[in-house]
Design a protein around this ligand. Structure first.
Ligand SMILES: [Zn+2]
Length: 80
């Protein structure tokens, strides 16, 4: 997992692009204070507090959270 203040610049740019263009409307996106989060319920699985966090979640966890519900049942959730 990337530290909040220690994400390499190129990685941060890519994470910001993914946050902007992953398909959810702006009503679910939170980007104040450098945050890059999406609160759309489709990303959460069974945990209502497990929002999509493009700054803190590992690439593997982001991939899992972006999967559809069918794929989430087959692929186990990464730990971080
Ligand atoms: Zn989203």
């Amino acid at each position: 997992m990337s530290d909040f203040l220690n994400v390499p610049e190129d990685e941060l740019i890519l994470r910001r692009l993914l946050w902007c263009h992953h398909g959810c409307s702006s009503e679910f996106l939170y980007g104040d204070d450098g945050e890059l989060q999406c609160s759309h319920p489709k990303h959460r699985g069974l945990n209502p507090f497990d929002a999509l966090d493009f700054r803190r979640d590992s690439a593997k966890l982001l991939e899992w959270k972006l999967m559809n519900d069918e794929a989430k049942r087959i692929v186990p959730r990464p730990k971080s």
